[in-house]
Design a protein around this ligand. Structure first.
Ligand SMILES: Nc1ncnc2c1ncn2[C@@H]1O[C@H](COP(=O)(O)OP(=O)(O)O)[C@@H](O)[C@H]1O
Ligand SMILES: CC(C)(COP(=O)(O)O)[C@@H](O)C(=O)NCCC(=O)O
Ligand SMILES: [K+]
Length: 256
């Protein structure tokens, strides 16, 4: 039975239709829309899709946005199910003080990352970086224990904050330069190196804590902007959250 996965972030809703709720299942179709366009999904992106049999999603953009997505899901006879971060699931242990307060997108990305690490060989620590509206840098040890993570503003939010909080920083988009010599480049380089620096810092913390080189996995809409400035070896994976949803989906819907 086909399986619809949905990831609602603070900028865009990403969706994917898989052939079954099972890790490694074939992706039949996928798409992404800005939150403003959610209300058109049933008329546009979803209109011609084969009817999904099951659905599982995560939503960190608030109740109102989630409800708008649920209205679009009425196109089909589906029960919407949304993931809440658990103390432990799918081989990952949640070290947050209040496990349910961890963003469900982060939780799913770590579940997806854990499966990837184990599939690639002997267990290793992992650094899971999601570059979206916000940037999260989450550390997981070789036993699948989430140790803790950082939250930073993403590219858009950093620039918006600087633009609205100052008189002299309303400038066109710049380039990343080692030694920026104009305002545009200074802003773009500051944001990029700010995020890259946080990743390097957390990588160091994790290496020190675990005594083993972590795998660095990066995803999210703006991960490609960061990739050229990341000196550490990394892997770009845009489907980490979907992979987490497939794993949880396989548990939730064991007979497909
Ligand atoms: N099509 C696009 N147009 C403009 N910016 C984009 C686009 N896709 C991704 N981005 C960048 O990625 C960020 C959002 O990534 P996304 O993964 O959709 O975030 P979220 O999960 O928070 O909704 C934006 O802040 C922007 O920098
Ligand atoms: C950190 C986030 C805002 C990231 O959201 P995104 O950039 O994917 O839109 C989201 O995961 C969230 O609201 N988390 C809850 C707080 C926490 O994880 O501690
Ligand atoms: K994010």
């Amino acid at each position: 039975m086909s399986f619809l996965v949905i990831d609602i972030g603070n900028t865009r809703l990403k969706w994917g239709l898989y052939e079954a709720p099972r890790p490694g299942a074939d992706l039949i179709a996928q798409g992404a829309v800005f939150l403003e366009a959610i209300d058109r999904l049933s008329d546009e992106g979803w209109a011609a899709l084969p009817v999904p049999g099951r659905m599982l999603g995560c939503a960190v953009a608030g109740q109102g946005v989630r409800r708008r997505a649920e209205e679009q899901l009425e196109l089909w006879d589906l029960t919407p199910r949304w993931v809440v971060s658990q103390p432990q699931d799918a081989g990952v242990t949640n070290g947050y003080e209040h496990p349910a307060r961890l963003g469900s997108d982060r939780w799913l990305a770590m579940i997806g990352a854990r499966a990837r690490v184990l599939a690639a060989g002997p267990a290793r620590p992992a650094l899971v970086v999601m570059v979206g509206t916000a940037v999260t840098v989450d550390a997981m040890d070789a036993d699948g224990r989430f140790l803790g993570g950082l939250i930073l503003p993403g590219f858009g939010l950093m620039l918006q904050a600087l633009e609205s909080g100052t008189a002299g920083l309303k400038v066109p988009t710049g380039e990343v330069r080692e030694f920026p010599t104009n305002t545009s480049d200074a802003l773009m380089s500051g944001g990029t190196y700010g995020i890259a620096g946080a990743i390097e810092r957390m990588h160091r913390h994790l290496l020190r804590r675990c005594g083993a080189e972590p795998v660095l996995l990066m995803g999210g809409g703006a991960a490609v902007k960061l990739a050229p400035e990341t000196d550490l070896p990394f892997e770009l994976v845009d489907t980490l959250i979907f992979e987490g949803l497939l794993r949880l989906g396989a548990q939730e819907f064991p007979d497909g």
